[in-house]
Design a protein around this ligand. Structure first.
Ligand code: THU
Length: 131
């Protein structure tokens, strides 16, 4: 199975686990990290709506906890024509991605479009001082 196909299937499984009783829109994300491991996340909503978290945030947290430090490639899955990462998630992804990292956007049928990080977030904010 190709790396992207593995990421797609992992994201699809994560999507099934999403907790989205308010929007009813489940999202799954899978990241291939620089350590060669795949990390997944799903959206977790909250009755206090802004407290909910996106699938990408969950996958990034899993990556950091699991020992990965940079994103090599990622897939986001939602049952929509084009479930692109929200603005906040673009900034979160940028923290761990070079401009050429590819983020694939999928629905239940497979990858629909692929964007580089620079396409998703041109001129994104960054600070030079990072640990
Ligand atoms: N959502 C994500 O998890 N990732 C995105 O990139 C887009 C939106 C979630 C947030 C919320 O739980 C639901 O989708 C509807 O907006």
């Amino acid at each position: 199975m190709s790396a992207v196909q593995t990421l797609f299937e992992t994201a699809l499984n994560a999507q099934k686990a999403a907790y989205a009783p308010y929007s009813r829109f489940k999202v799954g994300a899978a990241i291939l990290a620089d350590d060669g491991k795949v990390y997944a996340g799903c959206n977790v909503e909250n009755a206090a709506f802004p407290e909910g978290t996106c699938a990408e945030a969950g996958a990034i947290a899993a990556m950091i906890l699991g020992g990965g430090s940079r994103i090599a490639e990622a897939v986001v899955v939602g049952d929509a024509a084009l479930c692109t990462p929200c603005g906040g998630c673009r900034q979160k992804l940028k923290e761990f991605s070079g401009d050429d990292v590819v983020i694939h956007v999928a629905n239940l049928d497979g990858i629909r479009r692929s964007f580089t990080m620079a396409e998703l977030l041109p001129a994104g904010f960054e600070l030079e001082q990072k640990d």
